[in-house]
Ligand binder design. Structure first.
Ligand code: URA
Length: 216
């Protein structure tokens, strides 16, 4: 995993397989069905890193040879929260990795003029002492990401129990998010160059929701 002193708490998963798959996703000719499969596969790789710091405990089991205290994930269960709608494509991968995780959704859309997030749905499991993984493929302006983390804070989840997982980030988005939530680690497959005047990530991959669902 790559880190950058300019962006503390940003982790770029620079595994060659992740980078290979991301390159195919970026190509404009890549079909929706391929895009969907690749997004899910990359989410599995990122999820492996995001969950590295989860607490483990032990339980007694019997192997065919002996009794042992074996490691197992500690309770309570993790929660993955997809930011609708593109987040759903990455949640598919996380769900495969941790089938026992609970799942929440935050529905936001970006006002096309102001680029500010507008909230239309919040459904979350009880906060308890759970770790919440926020999932949104494109960390562009950081407005939606920051708003989604605010929603979790209001729900009773402190920043210390939030992780953010994205596919591609822009430096502007990472800066903005970490201004508001400096203690939330961000895991991405790539940190791109910049945002354009329409707040799209450059070089990016276009509109992740449209490419995932085949809309225009
Ligand atoms: N959202 C997207 O889907 N793509 C971008 O480049 C920026 C925001």
């Amino acid at each position: 995993m790559k880190t950058d002193p300019a962006f503390p708490n940003l982790f770029v998963v620079d595994h060659p397989l992740v980078q290979h798959k991301l390159t195919i996703m970026r190509e404009k000719e890549t079909s929706t069905s391929k895009f969907r499969v690749l997004l899910k596969e990359i989410a599995l790789f990122l999820g492996y890193e995001v969950t590295r710091t989860l607490e483990a405990t032990t339980r007694e089991i019997e192997t065919p040879v002996a009794t042992m205290q074996a490691p197992t994930l500690a309770e309570p269960r993790l929660v993955m929260v997809g930011v609708l709608r593109a987040g759903l494509g990455m949640v598919d991968g996380l769900r495969e990795l941790i089938p026992t995780a609970y799942e929440g959704h935050v529905g936001l859309y970006r006002d096309p003029k102001t680029h500010e997030p507008v909230e239309y749905l919040v459904k979350l499991p009880a906060a308890e002492e759970r770790v919440f993984v926020l999932v949104d493929p494109m960390l562009a302006t950081g407005n939606s990401a920051s708003h989604a983390a605010d929603v979790l804070n209001t729900h009773g989840v402190p920043d210390s129990r939030i992780r953010f997982m994205a596919l591609v980030a822009a430096p502007e988005g990472v800066r903005r998010f970490h201004q508001d939530h400096p203690d939330v680690p961000i895991y991405v497959a790539a940190l791109d160059e910049k945002l354009n005047e329409k707040a799209y990530i450059v070089p990016g991959l276009g509109d992740a929701g449209d490419r995932l669902f085949g809309t225009t």
